[in-house]
Write a protein of this length. Sequence first.
Length: 399
Amino acid sequence: MKVWTLDAALQRCQWPRHFREILSQTILTGLISDPYAASRLINFSTRSALVPFDYSLRIFNHLHNPNPFTWNTIMRAHFELQNNPHQAITLYKLFLAKHAKPDNYTYPIPLQCCAARVSDFEGRELHAHVLRFGFRQDVYVRNTLINLYAICGRMSSARQVFEESPVWDLVSWNTVLAGYVQAGNVKEAERVYRGMPERNTIASNSMIVLFGRKGCVEKARRIFDEVRWRDMDMVSWSAMVSCYEQNEMCEEALVLFVEMKASGVTVDEIVVVSVVSACSRILNAEMGRLVHGLAAKVGVEDYVSLKNALIHLYSSCGEIVDAQRIFDDGEGLDKRVVFLESDEGLEVFEQAKKKKKIRCLNKVALFNCYVSMLNPFVQTGMQYISIPKENETQTVITA
C-alpha cells in the first residue's frame, strides 16, 4: 500500500473488518511509520463509529514523532468522544514535554477541557502559553479563552481578552454576552448587546432569558418584538413564555402560547412545562388538559419535568385521579422529586403509600426536595427521615 492509495481505501471503508485489513496492510508495508499515513488512520478511526477507540490509541502509541495534527486529533478524541478532559490535558502536557510545537488548532482543545472542568488555574496557564507561542490574535483561540473565563466566573479577564482583540466576530460578541448573562449582570449585558454591530437570534434570546430571570419583563418583551420581525425561532417564543410564567404573568404566558401555536411554531417540552406551570399558578385545569393533550400529540409527554409539572397542576386543581394516574404510570419518577405544594397534592402520596408506590430518593434528590415539600408535610403531621449517607436510599415519607 502507498500513501496516495490510503485515503481512497479509507473512503471506501464501510465495515470494521475493512479497517482492520487497511491497518494490516499499513503495518506489513511499513506505511504506518509514515507520519502522514498514521495521522490519516487516526483521524479516520477517531471519527468513525466502525472503529473502537483502542485502535486509535494503539496507532498513536506506535508513532515515534507524531505531527501536531495527530496530537490535536487524539486530544480532541479524548475530550469529545471519551468525555475525558483530564486525559486530554495530560496529553497536551506530554505534547510540550516532547518539544513538539503546537499550532493554532491545538489550544482550543485544552482550553475547552479547562472550561469543562471549570479549572481557572490551568486556564490561566494555558493563556500564558497562548501568549508565549504567539496565538493571541487567532480568533478561535481568543473566543475559546473568553468562554473559559466566563464559565470560571472571571468576567473581568474575559472582557480584557475581548477588548484586546483587534477584530471581533459574531462569536466573540455572543460569547462575552453569554458570560454576562450567566453572571446575571444586566447592566453589562445590555451594554454589550447594544454595542453589537449585528445582533443575531442567539444574542436576543439570551437577553430575553436574562431579563426574565431578573424580572425585567418589559425589556424582555421589547427585545422579543424586535426579533419578531427578523428571524425569530422556537427558543425566542419559549424564552418569552417562560419569562411571563417566572414573573407570575400567567395570563400573558397563555395568550402568547396560543399565538405561538397559531404562528405554526414547533412546540418543545420546555415551553410546554412553562405553560403547564402557568396553568398551575392560576388553577386553570381546563387549559392544562388541552396542553397535556398537545404534549402527547407532539411526543413530549414522557419527559420527567413535564410529568412533575402535570402532577402539580392536577393536584393543585383537585384532580387527584389524574395526578395519581400520572404518578403511577410515570417512568423515571422513582428517583426524582414531584413538587407538591398544595394540601390536595398530599392525597397522591397517601394513595401511593397504600399501593406501595412510594419511591426512594438518593441523597442529592432528598436534599433538593426538602424545602419545597416541607410545608405540606408539616401541616399534616408527617415527618422527614434523616438525610441518608452517600449511596444509600430511603423512602421519602414516614408515618
